[in-house]
Design a protein around this ligand. Structure first.
Ligand code: GUN
Ligand code: ZN
Length: 429
């Protein structure tokens, strides 16, 4: 049991969705937040919180903004060391940079080194939960979960299954993918703050038999999330049509094998057909927007507002290392820029909501993470809204908190993350 810690600053929490309500009405500001035993105990005035917990220690963050930690709904931790690799589009990029790097994760020591490096980097950028692809190697999943467990961090990950169109040494089979995924799931799912996600990489790298095996595993463990990729690039979609001539569309390659469901997470989802949009919405599946990746690999402009208006569930993600940054601030900025290219100006409240509560909703974890409320897990960040001279001079002009936050969203990086609390513990110690 830990004693109560009270953090004093500007505590920003969401009381609604800034896509449903007027953006600024969806949030509230309080003076302080009390943490106890890894959870949020109370939010309100400092005096009230101190009265409720006499003897609590108080950490003051003058002029800082306290929000929920960022939730990155789609990353590939094994791509940490090859982020920002030049000059290729999706399939070429996978073959040239990604697969050779992923090959190295059969070495448990290398997998552990990169898992720790990734979790250090993402925490320094304010990300407290992520949903990650690993590699085909079970060692890569164990390394990631062991490192997250050591940090008491809430994470989701799974073995990335591929049994075709990948190099020698980076393919499993339908049977080994099923067996290894099941063994990992049974070992790790629900242990401490860890969840397992069934993870077929994408239709081009799985035979119908492997997709079927993944679908069977999901049917046996329906409380697990299932993550994959969908309709990222036009060439990729044409390839899927060649590989699955009987499929009605890309989503159908998953649907036909039991891989479409409410707990499904479909990364990218840029070039969707009407039937795909309708089915995603009907089943309540989540699509995950990865804006820095979409511009970096040249994939296309995600229809965030159109999808939101039709009631889709949408998460936000870096897609490290197809994405070009570990920062969810930079990711929000890219979402804003893609919105502008589509004629939509997203509000700072909408961007922050997507990076916290929105992603938590996509991950079916709104009762635990992605917002600041009593009873939720104490994962939060302390934002410095004047972290560089360029941002500070802009913030000095800001008329309200949203204008100040927007400058940090557009111009900020890890220097804006003053502190990170994970499971009620400060990274700064
Ligand atoms: N599609 C299949 N695998 C990947 C990957 O690793 N990154 C991205 N961006 N798209 C993919
Ligand atoms: Zn991805």
């Amino acid at each position: 049991m830990q004693g109560t810690v009270i953090l004093k600053g500007q505590v920003l929490s969401f009381i609604g969705s800034p896509f449903a309500d007027a953006p600024t009405d969806a949030a509230r500001l309080d003076e302080a937040i009390a943490l106890r035993d890894g959870q949020i105990d109370a939010i309100g005035d400092l005096d009230d919180l101190q009265r409720q917990a006499p003897g609590a220690s108080v950490v003051a963050y003058p002029d800082k903004l306290i929000t929920a930690g960022f939730v990155d709904a789609h990353v590939h931790f094994p791509q940490t060391a090859m982020i920002a690799s030049w000059g290729k589009r999706l399939i070429d990029w996978l073959n040239t940079y990604t697969f050779p790097e992923e090959m190295r994760f059969g070495d448990a020591a290398y997998a552990a080194e990169i898992a720790a490096r990734y979790l250090d980097l993402s925490a320094a950028h304010g990300t407290t939960t992520m949903c990650s692809f690993a590699t085909i190697h079970p060692e890569s999943v164990s390394a990631f979960f062991a490192e997250a467990q050591r940090r008491n961090q809430r994470v989701i990950a799974g073995k990335t299954c591929m049994d075709r169109n990948a190099p020698d040494g980076l393919r499993d089979t339908a049977q080994t993918a099923y067996d290894q995924s099941r063994a990992l799931l049974e070992k790790w799912h629900g242990v401490d703050r860890i969840s397992y996600a069934i993870t077929p990489r994408f239709s081009p790298t799985s035979t119908p038999e492997q997709l079927e095996a993944m679908g069977a595993l999901w049917a046996e463990h329906p409380d697990c999330l299932m993550q994959t990729h969908l309709s990222e690039q036009v060439d990729e979609i044409a390839w899927v049509h060649d590989l699955f001539p009987n499929a009605r569309d890309y989503l159908d390659t998953y649907e036909a094998h039991g891989l479409l469901g409410e707990r499904g997470l479909y990364g990218h989802a840029i070039h969707l057909e009407e039937r795909e949009r309708a089915r995603l919405r009907e089943v309540g599946a989540a699509v995950v927007h990865c804006p820095t990746s979409n511009t970096f690999i040249g994939s296309g402009l995600f229809d965030l507002m159109g999808l939101m208006r039709e009631g889709q569930t949408i998460g936000l993600a870096t897609d490290t290392g197809g994405g070009s940054s570990f920062s969810m601030l930079r990711t929000m900025a890219a979402a804003y820029e893609i919105g502008q290219l589509r004629g939509v100006a997203l509000h700072a409240a909408q961007l922050l909501w997507l990076a916290t509560a929105g992603s938590a909703r996509a991950l079916h974890m709104t009762d635990r993470i992605g917002n600041l409320r009593p009873g939720m897990e104490a994962d939060l960040i302390v934002l410095d809204l004047a972290s560089t001279p360029a941002i500070a001079q802009r913030t000095a002009r800001a008329e309200d908190i949203w204008e100040a936050l927007f400058a940090t969203i557009m111009m900020g990086d890890d220097r804006a993350i003053h502190d990170v609390w994970i499971g009620g513990q400060s990274r700064r110690g």
